[in-house]
Design a binder for this molecule. Structure first.
Ligand code: SIN
Length: 288
């Protein structure tokens, strides 16, 4: 069977048919998949039958695997596979119940963030638990010229789960162990990032709590707040978004964190609608 690639979103996201990701890909098939990844920024596959080692092997094609910051969510045999689940087994959560129902880009709070995120579905509810993606290259390209000139070259300061309210139940002070806090120091990243493979620019600053954005550096605090609010509001425009409704077990959704952000919708997903996914991230490059 041949490979077909069909664009699903307005500016990004494609569905690929005709590839079995459970076995090693030929050079030609990898090159087709990788080209599609760069061109469409996010890819959808259906009917895949992977186990944790084969998912991890597929991830390694994009780069070195980067295990999740919070250790208890790692798969017990393959630490690079993170479990996302709203199931509770023997009184304990089976995985991360909500991996981020807010806008973020994976591991943006690290010095070297993730490039790819791969989600593999083990079980999905008939309704709910969609994943929303945002095309940050399109968001950048549609900004007014004066705003682009203002933003380009600026850096921002962030720290995992930094939150002005330290009592917030999901702030770093409450959620992380001492070791995890030590491993997630403050970092700075550009507000506008140049993709290392395509050369395209994208906005690279995220409003979600896990991203922990504190401020834009080198400008007064109030100006930083105004600029951040304006960027976050601009990215809310649905024309930059694609909402993926999980079809069932064997679905794969993967995306390029260097030019997209994403938003889970699992914060209110009830336990009687079980959703279990495995996630793999690979190490990317220092944003420039
Ligand atoms: C994530 O934010 O990495 C996971 C998204 C989802 O669970 O839909």
């Amino acid at each position: 069977m041949g490979i077909t690639i069909e664009r699903k979103g307005e500016s990004f996201v494609a569905e690929i048919d005709g590839l079995d990701l459970s076995t090693p890909l030929s050079n030609a098939n990898w090159s087709t998949l990788h080209r599609a990844y760069l061109d469409h920024k996010a890819l959808i596959f259906h009917g895949q039958g992977l186990d944790a080692p084969s998912l991890s092997r597929f991830g390694e094609m994009f780069g070195g695997i980067s295990p999740h910051t919070v250790r208890k969510y790692r798969h017990e045999d393959i630490e690079g596979v993170t479990i996302l689940s709203n199931r509770v087994e023997m009184g304990r959560p089976k995985g991360i119940r909500d991996a981020g129902s807010h806008w973020h880009s994976d591991y943006s709070y690290r010095e070297i963030p993730a490039n790819v995120t791969i989600l593999y579905a083990l079980e999905t509810p008939a309704e709910g638990g969609d994943t929303i993606l945002c095309d940050m290259q399109a968001a950048w390209e549609t900004l007014p010229e004066a705003t682009k000139i203002r933003l380009d070259g600026l850096q921002h300061l962030l720290q995992y789960r930094w939150c002005s309210n330290q009592n917030h139940p999901e702030s770093r002070w409450r959620l992380l162990s001492e070791d995890e806090r030590r491993e997630t120091p403050e970092v700075t990243h550009p507000v506008v990032r140049t993709h290392p493979e395509t050369g395209a620019k994208s906005l690279y600053v995220f409003s979600g709590l896990t991203s922990g954005v504190q401020r834009i550096l080198g400008i007064p605090d109030d100006e930083s707040r105004t600029l951040l609010d304006a960027i976050f509001a601009h990215c809310q425009d649905p024309k930059f978004h694609y909402r993926y409704k999980w079809r069932g077990p064997g679905d794969i959704l993967l995306w390029d964190n260097r030019c997209t952000m994403h938003h889970a919708t699992t914060d209110h997903l009830p336990a009687d609608k079980p959703r279990t996914l495995w996630r793999v991230n690979t190490i990317g490059d220092k944003p420039i």
